[in-house]
Design a protein around this ligand. Structure first.
Ligand code: HEM
Length: 225
């Protein structure tokens, strides 16, 4: 095993991988939210935005591959760390008392991460799949992407899944943001409280921003299913 692979398999290597992939995903979410805000400006704005993405398709495909790699590595390393943490807990309890905060942190991140994963699979299976691969309603073929979103955000259980996932996303981002800074070693006593505040504002902003879309379309755009 090369020393680089050994490092990636070490505890700090895995944490660094979580922080790097997580930071990339934090940036993706900002761009994704800004793009999706066009939904509030009506069909023409949103269809125009998706159409504009089509023009730079090769670039988008590259970004999507990097994004997929980031998600896979983030989830894979997260699971490994969670399992290690679980195993170590038994030992730690006996050796130096219970690291309860770390146990709670690990459990919260695992739970919120798992629900976000379920959300993501269903999200890609509806929007990404229909926009790019096959839309049984035939709306994507005629570039009526807005109508696909309106259709799904009119389904009550789909809206509930979204809103629950976005609340958990908020918690996940809040923890993850400060955790990434800590891993990068940017946890100076003087500045860390500010980093925590910025992380909390970012997390609330993302959760409310993303959750506002299904809520708006369900309640104010004739949700009826
Ligand atoms: C209400 C909130 C959201 C809306 C309306 C929304 C909408 C969309 C749409 C329309 C697409 C397909 C874009 C295309 O292929 O042209 C998409 C793709 C995607 N979404 Fe979301 N999204 C939301 C929240 C999220 C969240 C919270 C995440 C991550 C946790 C996420 C992750 C992704 C990913 C990874 C893709 C595939 C990459 C891409 O095509 O850009 N989305 N989303």
């Amino acid at each position: 095993m090369s020393s680089f692979t050994k490092f990636l398999n070490s505890s700090i290597g895995k944490k660094l991988m979580m922080a790097v992939t997580g930071s990339f995903l934090l940036i993706f979410l900002i761009i994704h939210l800004i793009g999706n805000i066009t939904l509030f400006f009506g069909a023409e704005a949103f269809n125009g935005y998706v159409g504009a993405l089509d023009v730079v398709k090769p670039l988008i495909r590259v970004v999507e591959v990097v994004l997929l790699a980031a998600f896979v590595l983030h989830i894979f390393n997260g699971l490994k760390l969670w399992i290690e943490n679980k195993r170590a807990r038994g030992v730690n309890y006996k050796v130096n008392g219970s690291p309860e905060n770390s146990a709670l942190y690990s459990r919260t991140m695992f739970l919120s991460g798992s629900i976000i994963f379920i959300f993501l699979v269903s999200h890609l299976g509806t929007f990404f799949w229909r926009f790019n691969v096959y839309d049984p309603m035939g709306l994507a073929n005629i570039h009526q992407y807005f109508d696909i979103v309106v259709y799904f955000f009119g389904i009550w259980w789909y809206v509930i899944l979204y809103v629950i996932a976005m609340v958990l996303l908020g918690f996940h981002l809040n923890h993850g943001f400060q955790s990434a800074f800590q891993t990068f070693g940017w946890n100076h006593k003087k500045y860390f409280p500010l980093i925590q505040k910025i992380g909390a504002i970012y997390a609330v902003f993302m959760a409310i921003g993303f959750a506002s879309m299904p809520i708006y379309f369900f309640f104010f755009y004739g949700g009826n299913q």
